[in-house]
Design a protein around this ligand. Structure first.
Ligand code: A2P
Length: 274
């Protein structure tokens, strides 16, 4: 019941997935098993999270057919100069031959390697290693530079995006190139759940604040990857896919933008952080 969103290369991604950023490696298999059991079919991890093997173990234990799953992982910053080897390592950790979506995790402009890394991802993609390739944390100028040299337009740009940090210009610019916007920290790491506007809408609909925020993401066209280690919240977040907000309700949440970034700034984030 999670809607599919068609990417610019005609591959369909489930619009709501389960994110494992900050899920401790030792808890990852259990959390992903709970998510798959609840009905999630899209899992978002990264080499930098050090929990790809837990994701792989959960996939294997689930017995779910490979073609029903959509798995994303990311190239870590220190490996932008050796993407092919890093990609093969991620495949082994995940126990998968084909990765559905492989992203450059951060541009790290100070390294000057993201265009080379993109060329390597294009090669991996052409060789059949991925169904789609994309980027994460690319700001407008990084995107401009990439598009100058790209043969394949990225399928997604995964960025920090939640009601109090919407990056509207960047999202619009990405979409104008056919690049889908994927929201990480979609609940503002939990901080946006305390908003009175969100609470009021939750009351009106008889749902939780997290479900309201997730329904806002889906209603505004974002791909969204909430994280939780609690089975009840994992289920609750998935159920948000059934909730539709009216245009006025969506607008009320869109009015909460405050420009409050919670994570690292991609203009300066370096590989030591990821
Ligand atoms: P926990 O893992 O303990 O459930 P984001 O996806 O924006 O990074 O937010 C994740 C944070 O929000 C985590 O701290 C997570 O905590 C919490 N969280 C996830 N789902 C819910 C929910 N349905 N209700 C309340 N808090 C949630």
């Amino acid at each position: 019941t999670v809607p599919g969103l068609v990417l610019n290369n005609s591959v369909t991604i489930p619009q709501l997935g389960f994110g494992v950023f900050q899920v401790p490696p030792a808890e990852t298999q259990k959390a992903v098993e709970d998510a798959l059991e609840a009905g999630y079919r899209h899992i978002d991890t990264a080499a930098a999270y050090r929990n790809e093997s837990g994701v792989g173990a959960a996939i294997k234990a689930s017995g779910i057919a490979r073609e029903e799953l959509f798995i994303t992982t990311k190239l870590r910053n220190g490996e932008q100069g050796r993407a092919a080897a890093a990609f093969n390592h991620s495949r082994r950790e995940l126990g998968l031959d084909v990765i559905d979506l492989y992203l450059i995790h951060w541009p790290v402009p100070s390294q000057g390697l993201f265009v080379d890394a993109w060329k390597a991802l294009e090669k991996i993609h052409a060789d059949g290693g991925t169904r789609a390739i994309g980027i994460s944390n690319f700001l407008q100028d990084h995107l401009d530079t990439l598009l100058e040299f790209a043969d394949v337009v990225p399928a997604v740009n995964q960025i920090e995006l939640h009601p109090t940090f919407q990056q509207r210009e960047l999202a619009a610019k990405s979409r104008s190139h056919g690049i889908a916007v994927e929201a990480y920290s979609p609940l503002g790491q939990g901080a946006d759940l305390g908003s009175p506007t969100v609470a009021e809408l939750a009351e009106t609909h008889g749902v939780t604040p997290a479900q309201i925020v997730l329904a806002w993401h889906l209603g505004t066209g974002n791909i969204v990857i909430p994280k939780s280690v609690h089975p009840e919240r994992i289920r609750q977040n998935l159920a948000a896919a059934a909730l539709q907000l009216t245009p006025d309700e969506l607008a009320a949440i869109s009015a909460l933008d405050a420009g409050t970034r919670l994570g690292a700034d991609p203009a300066v984030a370096s590989f030591s952080q990821m």
